[in-house]
Design a protein around this ligand. Structure first.
Ligand SMILES: [Zn+2]
Length: 240
């Protein structure tokens, strides 16, 4: 081959080489672009996923908020129910103080409980209120704040429990079956609170529990509150 022939071959080889190099670079560039695109896509998806999660969390928070609101509504409803009961019992909140400090207003309040049909009333709340009235006007507030319970206590309408060794079990118990009207709560309570007075004020339950000491207190109660029906001996403690 002549020299020019060799040069020609060399040029061709060079050109081919350069073409190959250009192709390689192009391929590399494409590959780089593809990777970049892929990375961008991955980033975008990640961001989307995070956004989704955040929204989900927001929804959950909203749900929690809703639940809280429902609870509040429930509480409001309970308050409304209580208000209705108060009205039925004819004792508005601002008059409560009067009822408890004024003996003649208290007497009228106790008398009115007889005519109360009481389809719904909060027996425990009423018992506490009457207890405060009795304690203030009959027992000069000498009685402790006794626990009171409405329970299934068999055939008794109520009883007073005291324990010298363990006064924490002391309390007045009402039959939740028998004490289904405000008048019955009032009448069982006056009977039992006279036992409590015999125990805490006089210092003894008395020989037969319904003996002289208990009767002193029932007489005091009747004189302070003439509206109360006669306080009988055995009706409440024994059976009804
Ligand atoms: Zn009794």
């Amino acid at each position: 081959m002549s020299l020019s022939g060799w040069v020609g071959v060399w040029v061709v080889v060079c050109v081919q080489k350069e073409e190959a190099e250009t192709k390689r670079r192009k391929k590399e560039e494409e590959e780089r672009k593809r990777r970049k695109k892929e990375e961008a896509e991955t980033k975008r998806r990640k961001k989307e996923e995070e956004e989704r999660k955040r929204r989900k969390l927001d929804i959950k928070e909203e749900e929690v908020e809703d639940v809280r609101e429902e609870e509040v509504e429930e509480e409001v409803r309970e308050e409304e129910v209580e208000e209705v009961e108060e009205e039925v019992l004819d004792i508005k909140e601002e008059e409560v103080e009067d009822v408890e400090t004024d003996i003649s207003a208290s007497n009228i309040f106790l008398a009115n409980l007889s005519s109360h049909p009481a389809p719904h009333f909060d027996a425990h709340k009423l018992a506490r209120r009457i207890y405060r009235i009795y304690n203030a006007h009959i027992f000069e507030n000498k009685l402790p704040k006794l626990p009171m319970e409405f329970a299934d206590i068999g055939s008794r309408a109520g009883f007073f429990r005291s324990c010298l060794k363990n006064p924490t079990v002391d309390g007045i118990f009402f039959s939740k079956v028998y004490c289904n009207t405000p008048a019955r709560v009032r009448d069982v309570l006056i009977h039992e609170i006279c036992h409590a007075a015999a125990w805490y004020i006089t210092g003894t339950l008395g020989e037969d529990r319904h003996g002289a000491i208990w009767q002193i207190w029932t007489r005091t109660a009747s004189s302070r509150f003439p509206a109360l029906p006669p306080i009988t001996e055995k009706v409440y403690c024994v059976s009804y």
